[in-house]
Design a protein around this ligand. Sequence first.
Ligand code: G4F
Length: 336
Amino acid sequence: MTDPPNSKSAIITGITGQDGSYLTEMLIEKGYTVHGIIRRSSITARPRLDHLTLDPEVYGTRLFLHYADLDDATSIRRIIFKIHPDEVYHLAGQSHVGASFEIPESTCEFTAMGTLRLLELLRDMDPAPKFLNVGSSEIFGHPDDAPQDEDTKMNPVNPYGVAKAFAVQTTRIYRDSFGLFCCNAIAYNHESPRRSKSFVTRKITNAVARIAAGKQDHVSLGNLEVERDWGFAGDYVKAMWLAMQHEEPKDYIVATGTLTPLKRFLEIAFAHAGIDDWQPHVKIDPRYFRPAEPTRLVGNAQRAKDLLGWGPSVNLQQLVTMMVDADKSQSKRRDD
Ligand code: G4F
């Protein structure tokens, strides 16, 4: 059920990604006008947004897409000043941790410097839009404590984590030094059927669906001795919106508080497709190992619970089965 249009408008960077698509849906349902910033490239497909961009009642009335690049301040300035939104949700960036070892400069350019550029623009606006930066558990890397909260010391162990640490801290600085309404959602791993297949959860659920259908025999993975705090992306964008509605700008850990071994994820995914033993279907490929792995990344979202009334609505079992089911029906529809 979509609310009638209200006077609120939002800009989303990274609108074509997993989180961007869930956030857009939610804001449109709440009556916002949403402006998405997209990069100009030869690829024009935006499958996560198709249901919105192909809907004439939404696209061009409640949803608009604009070309601009985070490494081109002029292009961003033009759009932000013209729209002068109430809220800016900053989701864009190079989001693959493994890739950040291969492309550290561009990772920092987009994720770190891109955030700084946006904040500099907001500083010049009157009134300045509210701003939410999506941070990452990767800022903690090898943390002193587990679970981590908003006061845990940053100690990243990869270029992605360093870039996110810069972005989170810069957001804090602009809040404290210039009085801007700036928040960080320090998000732990969040997954969904819209997750790209380059991340381990979707890579697994996609492979499970294909193995169950007899289309492939195994999946090649890297380090299986890892653990993560996995939640549902649809829940995490709610926390982002709630953070922007709170009377004071703050940082929030967004996490489930449960650390799960990757092997447990494999077990649930294969079992849901009726395969009791996952081990014969997993091959280890050294190409997927990373030079360093974070440890004990599990979040304490107590502040989000106390101040925003936020909590995860989907547990791990539900998340994995949702993803496997979606991949199974996609695998039936497509003959690839
Ligand atoms: O799914 P991943 O690639 O996610 P990672 O590195 O935890 O990062 C994700 O979550 C962060 C926290 O929210 C975000 F900031 C970040 O943008 C991204 O969304 O890898 C998870 C774990 C790693 O330890 C990796 O080494 O799975 C291990 N793994 C084992 N085999 C693999 C594979 N990861 C990938 N992507 N592919 C493999 O074959």
